[in-house]
Design a protein around this ligand. Structure first.
Ligand SMILES: C[S@@+](CC[C@H](N)C(=O)[O-])C[C@H]1O[C@@H](n2cnc3c(N)ncnc32)[C@H](O)[C@@H]1O
Length: 295
């Protein structure tokens, strides 16, 4: 990544009462508490353009909880959540991890100062750190004292990329994936959810209208990608766990924190994957078998 200042991904000012930010609007679409009236108005408008839109947030969060619970079951003790969002829809992901791995260390990263202020007030301590940083610059993040004082770089890390890569250009996504591949130790896991333009319950024009409205409401660019485009961008450096790249509701719906989605509703795509240099380590592919054997 270059040291040039990057174009903002989050658009509006975090404290603007006139425009939404991705974090506040996401909270307003879900069960969040820390948003403004404009966010409620915008969430309602989006739900009118794409009926069922509000379900996307609880569905995505439930999927991320199932993914993090899985990473904790695998014994991963350190987590970095890139684009963590407002911590106002409990249980937060560190709580999910720490249910299984009591001393799990969790780093939340966001470039929205309002998210970071709330995060620091609510989350600090107990193995949790909040860092204000641009997730597109993994090199810089990995040079911060806050990260290096928490993360043991030689050990596996679970990196959460929940509903953030769709704010990045193709080149930015590739750079993030390559940088993570460089930094992460064998056994590390990537958890990705991503907005998709492939929405069989809706007309393509409706989906694009919702995207345009979202961009206008937040000032942030939204890169809706087809399932194939997501696979082409995210998977080349990875070995996906079963069931591969699927809708968030279909990612192990039988696990705890089961799906919230009631179709028809728009959805994100989800995949959990190991970074490729660990391709020889097959243990994660045995995950389902091991879980079933335990039951
Ligand atoms: C839609 S919310 C998703 C929140 C959470 N990850 C989830 O999936 O429930 C996206 C978050 O990514 C953050 N974000 C967007 N671009 C970012 C960037 N370049 N660096 C860090 N955070 C970013 C936003 O501020 C927002 O909090």
């Amino acid at each position: 990544m270059t040291n040039e200042p990057q174009e903002k991904t989050t658009g509006a000012s975090p404290l603007s009462a006139e425009a939404s930010t991705p974090a506040r609007l996401y909270g307003a679409l879900g069960d969040g508490k820390d948003h403004f009236k404009v966010d409620q108005t915008n969430a309602a408008a989006l739900d009118e353009i794409l009926p069922g839109m509000r379900l996307i947030v609880p569905d995505n969060r439930a999927c991320l909880r199932r993914m993090v619970a899985t990473a904790a079951d695998l014994g991963i003790r350190q987590y970095i959540d890139l684009g963590s969002g407002l911590p106002d829809q409990p249980p937060n992901l560190h709580e999910v991890a720490q249910r299984t791995v009591k001393d799990a260390r969790f780093i939340y990263v966001d470039n929205d100062p309002m998210v970071c202020t709330h995060g620091r007030a609510l989350l600090q301590g107990g193995g949790v750190t909040m860092i204000e940083a641009d997730a597109r610059d993994i090199d810089a993040l990995y040079r911060t004292y806050e990260l290096l004082s928490v993360i043991e770089t030689g050990r596996p890390v679970c990196v959460v990329l929940g509903a953030i890569l769709h704010f990045f250009t193709d080149d930015e996504v590739k750079q993030v994936m390559e940088a993570l591949d460089d930094f992460l130790a064998p056994g590390s896991l990537l958890l990705v959810t991503h907005a998709t333009s492939d929405q069989p319950h809706y007309q393509p024009e409706q989906v694009q209208a919702a995207r345009l409205a979202y961009e206008e409401q937040t000032g942030a660019r939204l890169y809706l990608r087809s399932v194939q485009q997501i696979a082409d961008l995210v998977l080349p450096g990875c070995v996906p766990l079963r069931p591969g790249l699927v809708t968030t509701a279909a990612w192990h719906p039988d696990y705890e924190y089961g799906p919230a989605q009631i179709p028809p509703a728009p959805y994100f795509m989800a995949v959990a994957a190991q970074v490729r240099h660990d391709v020889e380590n097959r243990q994660y592919f045995l995950l389902d078998a091991a879980r079933k054997a335990e039951q």
